[in-house]
Design a protein around this ligand. Structure first.
Ligand code: PEP
Length: 235
């Protein structure tokens, strides 16, 4: 199982360091072997040691250059960061990233050998149009993405479930993940209002290989309990 935390624009450099120290302590004490990833804001990136894969929430598809406000490969390399989140719905819908730009980032960081968590997910109006519309929408978010890349992890995150407290039913999550499994052999995470009280049942579903957690990851106690849930699902 993979349990991943997306801090978004939350936490500071100091709080992130304290969080990771505590998380590493608990992981070491428990001896659990789950894959844990944390995506802090870019100002909190550093050379962290331990089991947790610390990654960037975003970066530009360039080594360096005239891209004001962005970070590139040089800035990630400085801290040994080799993991990135690409295609998150907030970048697609709030910040207006196009599929073309997203695919460019994917190709660039794939070429650099990064672990890539690649997010897809539909808005509510698409889901309401039915299954064909939903699958077509997700397929369009996979255009230009090499699904055979061995360091790819897919996160399915319905836009209407992110930060809202709403989730698809367990049956719907399982159906969707099973449909994705037919095209994608890489790990499939579910994301969107995963909390301490639903993480276990979601991770127990067929073809769910872990979770990507936003709001509920900000509390290290809650996040660690989701790692423990992952361990239960694996044993
Ligand atoms: C996310 O943004 O990746 C996410 C899943 O958010 P939340 O858990 O807060 O819905």
């Amino acid at each position: 199982m993979i349990v991943a935390a997306n801090f978004k624009t939350n936490m500071t450099r100091k709080r992130t360091a304290a969080y990771l120290k505590e998380l590493e302590r608990r992981l070491a004490e428990s001896g659990m072997e789950q894959q844990v990833m944390v995506f802090p804001p870019s100002t909190a990136l550093d050379s962290f040691e331990g089991k947790v894969l610390v990654g960037a929430q975003n970066a530009y598809a360039a080594q360096n250059g005239a891209f004001t406000g962005e970070i590139g490969l040089d800035q990630l390399d400085e801290f040994g960061i080799d993991t990135i989140l690409i295609g998150h719905s907030e970048r697609r819908h709030v910040l207006g990233e196009s599929q073309e730009e997203i695919a460019k980032k994917y190709a660039f960081y794939k070429e650099q050998g990064f672990n890539i968590v690649y997010c897809i997910g539909e808005p509510l109006e698409i889901r309401e149009e039915g299954n064909d519309a939903l699958m077509d929408y997700l397929d369009a978010q996979l255009v230009g993405i090499d699904l055979s890349y061995e360091k790819l992890v897919i996160a399915y995150e319905p836009v209407w479930a992110i930060g809202t407290g709403l989730t698809p039913s367990n049956v719907d999550i399982e159906l969707l993940h099973t449909a994705l499994r037919h095209k994608i052999e890489r790990p499939l995470l579910y994301g969107g209002s995963v909390k301490v009280n639903n993480a276990l049942e979601i991770m127990a579903l067929a073809n769910v290989d872990g979770v990507l957690v936003g709001g509920a990851s900000l509390d290290v106690n809650g996040f660690f309990s989701m790692v423990e849930d992952a361990q239960k699902c694996d044993s």
